[in-house]
Write a protein that binds this ligand. Structure first.
Ligand SMILES: *Cc1c(COP(=O)(O)O)cnc(C)c1O
Length: 460
């Protein structure tokens, strides 16, 4: 049976505001509510993030450009560690990974979730301790699994029955690989059907309801080279309320008790995934992490006491909530088109650097920067430059009525699932990523050139 718990990801949260959320800012608080905590307005309509002027960054690095506020990322890592002092916090690399980001999260004491040999290789090559890495994926290739075992990743999360035998064959005879089983707890939650992964009608995990999770547990326990350390679930993404997590913990503890009853094994770990919502538009509420911590801990302790189980060590896997609010994209306006009913403002990026609007229909809140305007605001549609009608960044957002080509638009909440999902569509080339902190800007990833792209095109 599936319980539907989070129909409205932006609706009122009965549990109130987040006690461990960022401290309200002194100035600009309302204007910059969904920006990095360091965001400030500056002279002549400019804004700064990490002490770096967005207009200057646009001039210096070109547009589109992505800025990543290092202190914001680090502070978010610390918030999780403080809220869950006894848990492993594992950053989900697929939200955005670069060598610098791997260093930041490692220095803040987090682990890393990867889902390919590529993400794994990048992390290990830059010095990330493999034992703090968790490998995921609904369809890991033999290469992915071999790389994971060879490089010594801490835990591999098994997502299908066929993976069990494959893994057992890869692990050398004299060693053991720690394993978790990805379980479908039957909880519907998440901001869009494409990111709801807690129910039986999607591709991830092994179902409790039909017994395949229990079957996988039994098979792994029968493999001497595989050490089953716990069970895992990830119920979805952009989940704004605590309830689905509490419900998932209850179901997972139920499964831990059944494993104990059937096999006499008390599994020491429980991984409840990530999926914590952030605010993309003013008025939206992030998942309150401090309240999540309290409720999850209470449910876990009560449930384990009732089932007479030892409390397992928790793992959480936030991706978006660590990196999303730290990113700001800056675009330049290329065209303004006024039709009968609408004003379209077209910018020099779009779905090749941020496919989320086209994939999930999400919308953002761009802000004019770099000049002051006294013009009355009008509602506009901000579109990308790509050859798809779904390439829409914002709909019905207010911008000054005199918005014109050459203007700069900044888009907050741009740190997660933009560049990690970027494509080569229209051969526009992916934008650079610039780290900003304490008034300094440094290039993490340079702009992709035509030369980069044509280098792979080797046939004629
Ligand atoms: C994507 C994913 C996450 C992170 O999700 P966010 O919404 O970015 O927090 C964590 N765990 C697993 C298994 C995932 O697939």
């Amino acid at each position: 049976m599936t319980i539907s718990l989070s129909p409205d990801p932006v609706g009122p949260d009965p549990v109130g505001p987040d006690p461990v959320g960022p401290v309200p800012r002194r100035d600009d608080a309302e204007d910059f509510a969904i920006w990095p905590a360091s965001a400030r307005s500056a002279a002549d309509g400019d804004a700064t993030v990490g002490g770096v002027s967005l207009a200057e960054a646009a001039d210096r690095f070109g547009t589109p450009v992505y800025l990543l506020d290092e202190d914001e990322v680090r502070e978010r890592c610390r918030t999780y560690r403080a809220a869950f002092p006894d848990a492993d916090i594992v950053y989900a690399a697929k939200a955005f990974l670069s060598r610098a980001v791997a260093h930041w999260v490692r220095e803040e004491g987090l682990g890393l979730d990867v889902c390919s040999a590529g993400e794994l290789g990048l992390a290990v090559a830059t010095g990330f301790p493999p034992e703090r890495i968790v490998m995921h994926g609904n369809a890991k290739s033999p290469d992915d699994l071999r790389a994971a075992v060879r490089l010594g990743v801490g835990r591999i999360v098994v997502d299908s029955a066929s993976e069990i035998a494959r893994l057992a064959a890869i692990v050398p005879p004299d060693s053991r690989q720690q394993i978790m089983v990805r379980v479908v707890p039957g909880i519907a939650a998440g901001g869009h059907t494409a990111v709801r992964t807690g129910t039986d009608d999607q591709k991830f995990g092994l179902s409790i309801a039909d017994g395949s999770a229990q079957h996988a547990v039994a098979r792994i326990l029968g493999q001497p080279r595989l050490e089953l350390v716990g069970i895992h679930c990830h119920i979805g993404s952009q989940i704004a309320t605590v309830k689905p997590y509490v419900a998932a913990v209850r179901r997972m503890v139920g499964l831990l008790a059944r494993v104990r009853d059937q096999h006499g094994v008390e599994l020491p770990q429980l991984d409840i995934g990530g999926g914590h919502a952030i605010a993309y538009r003013p008025g939206e509420r992030p998942l309150p992490v401090g309240i999540l911590a309290g409720r999850v801990r209470a449910e876990l302790e009560d449930g384990c006491a009732r089932a007479r189980l030892p409390v397992p060590r928790l793992t959480l896997e936030p991706g978006r909530a660590v990196i999303g609010p730290a990113g700001v994209a800056v675009y330049r306006v290329l065209a303004v088109k006024r039709t009968g009913e609408r004003t379209f403002v077209a910018v020099d990026g779009g779905m090749s650097d941020n496919p989320r609007p086209a994939l999930y229909g999400v919308r953002y809140t761009p802000r004019l920067i770099g000049r002051r305007s006294a013009a009355a605001p009008g509602l506009v549609t901000v579109v990308g430059r790509h050859c798809e009608a779904g390439d829409v960044l914002a709909d019905g957002v207010p911008l000054p009525g005199d918005v014109r080509p050459g203007d700069l638009l900044a888009v907050p909440a741009a740190g997660a699932y933009h560049l990690s999902m970027a494509s080569g569509y229209n051969l526009v080339g992916r934008p650079p990523v610039i780290a900003v902190a304490q008034g300094r800007a440094r290039v993490l990833i340079r702009r992709e050139s035509l030369d980069d792209m044509s280098r792979r095109d080797i046939g004629l």
